[in-house]
Design a protein around this ligand. Structure first.
Ligand SMILES: *[C@@H]1O[C@H](CO)[C@@H](O)[C@H](O)[C@H]1NC(C)=O
Ligand SMILES: *[C@@H]1O[C@H](CO)[C@@H](O)[C@H](O)[C@H]1NC(C)=O
Ligand SMILES: *[C@@H]1O[C@H](CO)[C@@H](O)[C@H](O)[C@H]1NC(C)=O
Ligand SMILES: *[C@@H]1O[C@H](CO)[C@@H](O)[C@H](O)[C@H]1NC(C)=O
Ligand SMILES: CC(=O)N[C@H]1CO[C@H](CO)[C@@H](O)[C@@H]1O
Length: 826
């Protein structure tokens, strides 16, 4: 069995280690089983990487690691609001250089799935739509609406023409094999009635009219027009049966989950993800895409919401910084290589399914005398033994066993032999030397704009406006300001009064007569609205109210999501104890977009306004304050992060690059971090970690944002924090572990960067217990595992060992249970 396994995997690897030739046009078609390339059915294993969620400098290495992990295709959306931030002003620079990204994929010899949308959802701000589009008169998004369809048409055509111009479609000799129009419209179509149906048919006709020469897909859209391939999205898609004789495609296999401010760290166990993939192929699947393969970072204001965090790590096979996430990456890699080696039998063979009850099934594929078998156990509690073709097999609960010759068990999704890697943070610099500068609190004095020097472009109106329509979403921040006059004889003077602000702000900071009276933020309850109420002391004559309203990511999902109000929607009232009150909603409101410090460019590298920053009387735990410091670029290649523990909420810039919103004071829920059992259906809140800790403490600073020598870090802190606790750190491989069954291969690697295995902390062959970080020997283990592993691994960047009892002293452990557990330090 052992030798068979080794040669088998070696074969699988050679099969995959060729570069796809992209010179000649490829003919891409499909039938009821699979996508066909030049007439040949093709097994597609794809991974999502969203180009603006990393940097152009990171792309080649991300794509390479994805290829090494055994994906043959990269998928991305196209992000409209990143490319057309203002009407007819386009941006394809830096990490928005779509063509460069597509070429990087092609250069690695991988295929591309291009999901143009241009609605993308994707936890991306406003689902990818530019807010100016919503602000155009008479626009309703994602339905049969003239303004919307005209603009969607113009943008989509622009992208298609750009890609065609570079000859990137497979039909032109490029590597793009599929394109997508719209996105998950089936989830919401019922809310749009006949107009929705007209729209989706228009989408199909419009897409076809672009003549790209490769098929179009529509994901999660059961009523997709016949010219489109309807595909499945979800945590599991084995029970998805396409219509219209279409092949079974899975365009979003959620490899983990995203994080909101206040959420635990999402974690989808490798065993469960591999189970979902193996089952999909057991039941006739032929194309699947990991959403995400690399999640990355929501830089700047790109995160959707409300409340999508800055990290978009997604617990994907490549982590936020681009490091391989082990054992997930390695466990899936083994599965991918095995599946490729079975491609012809899986895609051309006939399948026979047998049901054994208790959720146990087998599938036999037969083609030209070759046979491949799957044993699938979807029982979430019981391991099940069946007699299959004359032999007994035990399949662990919630797992799939693959027998490439229908006799030998080569892969089981619940048996993880890949190494586990624990990444650690290393201090590079800190504490840092800070200077500070208060942000200006806007207010009106005596009814006139005496702060006209800072009230640039102030707008007056006798109404409360939706925040998006005033800011065009150019900033998170909008001031709503008003004043009212109280006569000396007014009965409300001297009474206990309450200021009441009904708002759809995500965060509200309120000032009365230029004094801060409170801050409040919305609960993450799906509604995101609240009533802010505080006692206020009215004075005779003029009183002023200043409300700083903030958005923390615009909605990206749901029917009519663009119509959800944002900002101070009102009413705004001064309420007397008897409930009567003064309604200020129709008062004259003065609007001021953004912050003073932002308009003055305090975060920019060249201090063009030469404003003073203070160092004496250093201020901490204070709201509305700017902090500035400098730090050195950490040596080496490891990813760089800022540890912002101790800070409240705000925005961080490094050398003028906005690295995103930070909010470490928003803690993850204290409960719901139980022991993780991979068995049973996964959901976004299962297996979470980090309960009660900051929902995001570390913030990625891509190396390409750094300079030789000193780097400038600027923080705008709006709640109050302690910058002296901020640290610059690097992320590196700490402990590595493996827990390999006899007959398999131990592979330990420090994952590059020239690092070597320095120490073996634990090694035991037999029936060692526990997991990485807490292994223990058992009574029957061999006595010499430590020296064997030390001599094989210490001082090496990588070591490989075929695990067999011949290597070790005798053990009394039962033959079927023997395994080798190792923990090492890089
Ligand atoms: C918007 O729709 C209204 C009502 O159908 C119409 O009167 C108005 O002219 C439209 N405005 C624009 C700019 O198309
Ligand atoms: C699969 O089954 C169909 C119908 O039973 C048969 O016509 C075909 O030859 C079979 N193909 C293979 C590869 O066995
Ligand atoms: C399989 O297991 C059954 C039940 O335990 C046993 O009776 C049978 O002999 C086994 N068959 C083989 C081939 O080992
Ligand atoms: C928002 O867009 C409108 C229409 O293009 C424009 O008149 C207005 O100045 C913009 N406001 C801001 C703050 O960008
Ligand atoms: C229905 C739904 O929420 N779909 C989303 C599934 O998850 C991915 C990422 O988490 C989104 O991009 C989909 O649109």
């Amino acid at each position: 069995m052992a030798s068979f396994l080794t040669s088998f995997l070696a074969l699988a690897l050679t099969i995959f280690s060729y570069n796809l030739p992209f010179n000649d046009a490829l003919q891409v078609t499909y039938d009821n089983r699979a996508l066909k390339i030049n007439g040949q059915r093709k097994l597609i294993i794809s991974g999502s990487i969203h180009y603006p969620r990393s940097t152009a400098q990171m792309w080649p290495s991300l794509i390479k690691k994805a290829k090494e992990g055994g994906v043959n295709t990269i998928e991305t959306y196209v992000f409209w609001n990143a490319h057309e931030p203002n009407y007819r002003e386009y941006d394809f620079s830096g990490n928005k250089d779509l063509v460069q990204f597509l070429k990087a994929i092609k250069n690695e010899g991988l295929y591309t799935m291009l999901r143009i949308g241009p609605y993308v959802c994707a936890e991306w701000n406003f689902g990818g739509f530019p807010v100016w589009l919503h602000n155009m008169p008479n626009t309703t998004l994602r339905t049969n609406n003239a303004v919307f369809m005209r603009e969607m048409g113009i943008f989509t055509k622009k992208i298609v023409d750009m890609v065609k111009g570079e000859k990137l479609f497979a039909s032109q000799g490029g590597n793009i094999i599929l394109a997508q129009i719209e996105n998950e419209y089936g989830n919401i179509i019922s809310h749009y009635g006949e107009e929705g149906k007209k729209y989706i048919n228009w989408c199909a006709d419009f897409a076809l009219s672009l003549n790209i020469g490769v098929p179009w897909i529509m994901c999660q859209e059961d009523d997709a027009p016949k010219t489109m391939i309807n595909t499945c999205n979800g945590f599991y898609c084995d029970q998805f049966w396409p219509k219209n004789n279409n092949p079974k495609f899975w365009t979003e296999n959620w490899s983990g989950w995203f994080k909101n401010w206040g959420d635990r760290d999402p974690h989808r166990p490798a065993e469960d993800l591999a189970f979902a993939v193996a089952r999909f192929f057991q039941y006739g699947g032929s194309l699947q895409n990991y959403y995400m393969y690399h999640g990355g970072t929501n830089f700047g204001r790109t995160s959707g919401g409300p409340y999508i965090a800055t990290t978009y790590d997604y617990n994907a096979p490549l982590d936020e910084y681009g490091n391989v996430n082990q054992p997930k990456w390695g466990h899936l890699k083994e599965l991918h290589n095995l599946l490729y080696s079975l491609e012809d039998v899986l895609l051309y063979g006939n399948a026979t399914n047998t049901d054994y009850g208790r959720m146990m099934s087998s599938t036999v594929y037969e083609y030209k005398g070759k046979k491949v078998c799957f044993l699938g156990n979807a029982n979430d509690k019981d391991d099940i033994t069946i007699t299959f073709e004359g032999k007994n097999y035990t399949t662990p609960a919630w797992s799939v066993t693959i027998l490439p010759d229908c006799k030998t068990e080569v892969y089981n999704t619940a048996r993880v032999n890949a190494q586990t890697t624990v990444m650690v943070k290393k201090l590079s610099e800190g504490p840092l030397k800070w200077s500070y500068r208060p942000e200006t609190v806007m207010h009106l004095k005596f009814g006139d704009k005496d702060q006209s020097s800072v009230l640039i472009d102030a707008l007056d109106a006798k109404q409360l406006f939706d925040q998006k329509t005033v800011t065009n979403d150019t900033t998170d921040y909008l001031w709503y300001m008003t004043s009212f006059k109280v006569d000396e004889n007014s009965p409300i003077l001297g009474q206990e009064l309450t200021l009441q602000v009904n708002t759809k702000s995500h965060v509200l900071h309120a000032f009365f007569n230029n004094k801060h009276i409170g801050s409040q933020w919305a609960q993450d309850d799906g509604k995101f609205e609240f009533s802010f109420q505080r006692n206020v002391k009215i004075r005779e004559d003029i009183n002023t109210i200043s409300l700083l309203s903030e958005t923390v990511g615009l909605p990206n999902y749901g029917e009519f999501f663009e119509k959800v109000g944002q900002g101070v929607v009102g009413p705004v009232k001064i309420v007397e104890p008897n409930g009567e009150g003064l309604d200020l909603s129709k008062n004259t409101w003065t609007y001021m977009v953004g912050l003073h410090g932002i308009s003055k460019g305090l975060f920019e590298l060249d201090d063009r306004n030469k404003l003073t920053w203070h160092t004496s009387d250093f201020q901490t735990d204070r709201m509305f304050i700017w902090y500035k410091t400098f730090f050195k670029t950490p040596a080496g290649e490891d990813s760089v992060v800022l540890d912002l523990k101790g800070m409240g909420k705000g925005v961080a810039w490094v050398n003028g690059h906005n690295i995103g919103r930070y909010w470490p004071s928003f803690l993850a829920k204290a409960d719901g971090c139980p022991q993780c059992d991979y068995r049973g259906n996964y959901g976004g809140s299962k297996c979470g970690a980090g309960c009660g800790k900051p929902s995001q403490r570390w913030y990625h600073v891509p190396r390409s944002f750094l300079r030789k020598g000193n780097n400038q870090l600027v923080l705008f802190e709006e709640m109050g924090g302690r910058p002296q606790e901020v640290r610059v750190q690097t992320v590196t491989v700490g402990t590595i572990c493996a827990n390999v069954e006899e007959g398999n291969t131990l592979e330990l690697s420090c994952q590059g960067g020239g690092r070597k295995i320095s120490k073996i902390n634990f090694a035991s062959f037999g029936e060692p217990k526990g997991s990485c970080g807490s292994f223990e020997t058992s009574h029957c283990d061999a006595t010499n595992a430590m020296p064997v592993i030390q001599s094989a691994c210490v001082g090496k960047e990588k070591c490989t060992l075929h695990v067999s009892d011949a290597l070790f002293a005798t053990t009394t452990c039962s033959k079927s249970k023997r395994r080798l557990a190792v923990e090492a330090t890089c």
